[in-house]
Ligand binder design. Sequence first.
Ligand code: SF4
Length: 232
Amino acid sequence: MSEERMLEHARPELAKASEDLQKFTMRESVVRFYARHEARLHHAVQASPQALACEAGCSFCCRQFEVVAHPFEVFEVQAYVTRHFTAAQLRGTIERATRNVNERKAATEAARLTLRPTCPFLVDHSCSVYSARPSVCRNYHSTDKDNCQKSFEDPFSTWPNTYADEVFHTAMGSSAGFKKAVEELGLDTRTYHLSSAFLEAMQSPDSAKRFKSGKRAFLKATTANFEAGAAS
Ligand code: SF4
């Protein structure tokens, strides 16, 4: 049932994205996708009978999980940082991303479940790459901020998910549609941990070349556990 609801949003996005990817560059297509994605979310929020708790300055999502992104999103963040960050901002971001990577490396498999890495782009509870943030960061569907906090404080909590159903499915479907269109071009759509993929994108210009040629974009960056054959 929920898969069907996601497909309702995935299908139109797949059609639009496939069209865009023929006419525009990858970067232009990603920007166009983000605009459609946000419009869909806005519409779903307006139509939702459930009131949302998400608000500016709340950053549990940015500290709750290891943030993930596909290569086409990582390169968008990298382009933004390269264009807009000062040397000091860049240094700070690289330090925070490196800390996340090292903490993950040092942790056992079990301890990783309780890691709460703060996204390296979070500064004073605000996103420093806001207009270039990955699609997962554009989603907002919580109906209970207290539950977000409880889940943040207790990684093994069994607090029920409290989210606006339709908004959640709209976001998941929309993202899946764009990802599928990129996948159909034979390009890497793995889900990488943002800290490690960003570092690799900055350190190795070859990652963009590999992506464009249909190869695995990042060789060292770790992928999310739900990915088949994920590196840890
Ligand atoms: S990229 Fe921005 S919105 Fe996404 S987790 Fe990091 S700070 Fe939060």
